[in-house]
Design a protein around this ligand. Sequence first.
Ligand SMILES: [Zn+2]
Length: 259
Amino acid sequence: MRARIAIIGGTGIYDSEIFENAEIFDVKTPHGKPSDSIKIAEYKGMKVALLPRHGRNHTIPPHKINFQANLHALKTVGVERIIGTAAVGSLKKDYERGDVVFPDQLIDWGKNVITFYNGPDVRHIAFADPFCPELRDILIGVAKSLNIKHHSKGVYLRISGPRFSTRAESMMFRQFGDIIGMTCVPEAVLARELGICYAVIATVTDYDVWADEPVDVQTVVKTMKENAKKVETILKAAIPKIPEKHSCDCAEAPEKAKF
Ligand SMILES: [Zn+2]
């Protein structure tokens, strides 16, 4: 079975009714094994794939995720559009715990470079606008119509993890970013390198460490579970709205990037 749309994520999505009657596929890639099997199900006439980024039992930390295998595997089953779900910390007061954010920009503060283009095929992918405008519009429209509190813009600052920030780092990051996470890069980069549309539904779980209530894992997990319901509601409404024909130019990115 093939799917044009995929979800990469996320706590609460694995058992979603979207994937109730899913078939399960183990995809081999030249980059090794993806984080888990790919579930593919039909939802409202659309074929949708799911790949849990950290494995179904959340056993793979951010720095051990085989992002190349994940993206390659999704491409192999026919995926043209990816919605990533991500739990993030807030760097600004306005981005409150439980808020949904559709980031429009990102800053990569990570320490590693992960790309499909390691030579001899040298390509410099255009990345001025890292997220698919068409997918973003659909997601924002759905959140609006469902009256879900959300931010239609935001700068996602990516750190390598798996540790959280120091107070000094967090104060610095606040100057540049609105939300902070560990997985949007390289995921967004690799998707663009493959010509796959990519957008993120981020949900705020904590205030990083700049606020009076420093981030801890227990708070993050509790808020993540509460946020998962919101994410599922958005996905269920958004998926049927994704058109087969693309109005964006994400698919042309790899060709345009040839050196
Ligand atoms: Zn696109």
